[in-house]
Design a protein around this ligand. Structure first.
Ligand SMILES: [Zn+2]
Length: 147
């Protein structure tokens, strides 16, 4: 990691701690019994997240990334970690907790458009759909059959 990137990561970590998004992530981890360890870029990584919601293999709250998988599976998927790191930056840009309702609205918009919370969700698009494990498939227009 270059020095400027390291400095940015430290600033992001400090800002997401101050704006309470990382403390919320740590609270979620504590309440769900998810073990958290220090990761790259100032991220905190939790493995073995068990609750049913949210229905995702990984999700990020502040600088805390919670994975259902264990450390070995996550290490084998560096692009997923890069995707979740971009979400941590999005928390920082949204001043922390406002990310959550903004993300919810964006996911709802995407569901309305295509029935899935990611493809038309600008937060997921900017974080990289393919990196997040979303299958990116261009929408096909249905041919209408005449009655
Ligand atoms: Zn994502």
């Amino acid at each position: 990691m270059s020095a400027p990137a390291g400095r940015r990561a430290r600033l992001r970590a400090a800002w997401n701690m101050a704006n309470l998004s990382t403390p919320l992530g740590l609270l979620v981890a504590a309440l769900t019994g998810t073990r958290v360890v220090r990761g790259p870029e100032g991220l905190l990584l939790g493995f073995g997240y068990r609750p049913r919601l949210p229905r995702a293999g990984a999700f990020t709250v502040g600088n805390v990334v919670l994975f259902r998988a264990g450390p070995d599976d996550v290490a084998a998927r560096p692009r997923l970690l890069a995707h979740e790191s971009r979400h941590a930056s999005q928390y920082a840009l949204c001043l922390g907790l406002p990310f959550l309702p903004l993300y919810g609205a964006a996911a709802g918009w995407s569901v309305l458009r295509c029935g899935h919370p990611a493809p038309h969700n600008p937060f997921e698009v900017r974080a990289g759909l393919a990196d997040g494990g979303y299958r990116v498939r261009p929408r096909r227009r249905r041919k209408r059959t005449r009655p």
